[in-house]
Design a binder for this molecule. Structure first.
Ligand SMILES: [Zn+2]
Length: 447
């Protein structure tokens, strides 16, 4: 039977309105005023706001190969609890890395029958695999990811400019985006050399080892290559505000560039991170409070297009919590189940609207992955993927709310606004009132 999702606050691309979203067979058919719900519809009353299901364009699911870090079952469970209905999986830290057709097929086999929400794959540009770029594009990856700095994990290596000169003509032909981890190795090496004898338990040491220049110089290199090869350049996890002028000018020039930042760069500040707190370790690092406010201003201005989690968990022992050593701890922050509340807490304080939230965390990430027309907005013809969200409720984050394989996150204990009360995938509840569904209706989105 078709459904009618009734809400006082339906967040559509054009407006926030009251009414009913009509759904048939998992697709949105129309949005109508509540008195005009046609007969024969099952009415579902939605307290709070009805947002499009979130799309995370930057997540490390880590399966196959490192399922003990996370995996499809636990990542999609945590995603459902966090209001996410589509995940685009990074080509690392799984093994094999998604740099060949065989690796993509291995990932598909691993995901089979395990997923609560939909997913798709990014391919990797790594290890001289330029000849794999076009075949991977034809086989269904949504775009490609590369590292300019050492990723610090087996199975994926960085690319330099000569390698990019070979890969980029292939990439440009696919029309798909290249997602770039933009830090250059030389400034990182210089900074690390200058820190001989430093105390790696101090957050300050970690921060100084990943200076702003590493990001700025990498972004300048990529802008130059974007101008030369004309491909869609996407800067992942921008952490420094110092690159914003370059990015602004490149976009004014008309270059096809998009930019993402992550919840942790918008929430935390270096000044507040305790020494030894390796749960806050990520690269590029969380920078100053002043830098954070500049990132927020740029989100408002639109030079930062979207917010993705970079959810990158690991087993607890790899975080070296007792040792508190920033040199040896794994760099990655787990946030998929609480990212919506983190971002909304920051937005609420700074006067953003629920429409901004939906655009930055659903519509734009869907566009990046070429899923517009299907995911990312509440509009006729799109999948009936929804988050029911109470924007004014607040809570203290606990380990039980994370739903990840390892309940480990710097957000435990944070006071956040906005709660996901339910998540629907193609009209089906996958999370309700603190409980994750047993269903595995999620599948890969190809084509
Ligand atoms: Zn990442």
């Amino acid at each position: 039977m078709p459904e009618a999702f009734v809400s006082q606050q339906i967040v559509t691309p054009n407006a926030i309105r009251s009414g009913a979203v009509l759904v048939d067979n998992g697709r949105i058919t129309a949005i109508v005023d509540a008195p005009f719900i046609p007969s024969g519809h099952r009415v579902i009353h939605c307290p709070g706001a009805l947002l499009p299901g979130l799309v995370d364009s930057h997540i490390h699911i880590n399966e196959p190969g490192r399922t003990e870090w996370e995996g499809f079952a636990t990542a999609t469970r945590a995603a459902a609890a966090g209001g996410y209905t589509t995940l685009i999986d990074m080509p690392l830290n799984c093994l094999p890395a998604t740099t060949t057709i065989e690796a993509l097929e291995a990932k598909r086999a691993a995901a089979q029958g395990q997923c609560l929400v939909d997913w798709a794959a990014w391919g990797g540009v790594s290890d001289h695999n330029a000849d794999q770029i076009e075949p991977l594009a034809r086989t269904g990856v949504r775009g490609f990811k590369c590292f300019l700095a050492e990723p610090g994990i087996d199975g994926f290596s960085r690319v330099d400019e000569p390698e990019l000169n070979i890969a980029l003509p292939h990439l440009a032909r696919t029309g798909l985006p290249l997602l770039v981890h933009a830090e250059l190795p030389e400034p990182l090496d210089r900074a690390t050399r200058s820190l001989a004898g430093a105390d790696w338990r101090r957050y300050e040491t970690w921060l100084r080892s990943r200076p702003d220049e590493a990001e700025v110089e990498a972004i300048r290199l990529m802008i130059r290559l974007c101008r030369e090869f004309r491909f869609h350049l996407h800067i992942v996890h921008l952490a420094t505000a110092q690159a914003l002028d370059d990015l602004r000018r490149a976009r004014e020039e008309g270059l096809p560039i998009s930019v993402e930042t992550c919840p942790h760069y918008l929430h935390f500040a270096a000044e507040d991170i305790p020494d030894g707190s390796t749960l806050h370790k990520c690269a590029p690092p969380i920078r100053s409070a002043e830098n954070r406010e500049q990132l927020w201003e740029t989100v408002r201005e639109g030079v930062i297009d979207l917010i993705a989690t970079d959810h990158s968990p690991c087993p607890p022992e790899m975080k070296r919590i007792e040792e508190g050593n920033f040199a040896t701890a794994w760099g990655g922050i787990a946030s998929i189940s609480v990212a919506l509340s983190i971002v909304w807490t920051g937005m609420r304080r700074r006067g953003f609207s629920l429409s901004d939230l939906a655009r930055l965390m659903s519509q734009r990430p869907a566009q990046l992955a070429g899923l517009d027309g299907r995911k990312g907005v509440i509009a006729p013809g799109h999948d009936a993927d929804f988050v029911l969200f109470t924007p004014d409720s607040d809570r203290i984050i606990t380990a039980e709310q994370l739903h990840t394989r390892h309940p480990l996150s710097p957000y435990i204990g944070e006071h956040l606004y906005g709660t996901v009360t339910a998540t629907y995938l193609r009209g089906n509840p996958v999370y309700e009132e603190g409980r994750v569904s047993e269903s595995t209706l999620g599948h890969e989105i190809i084509g």
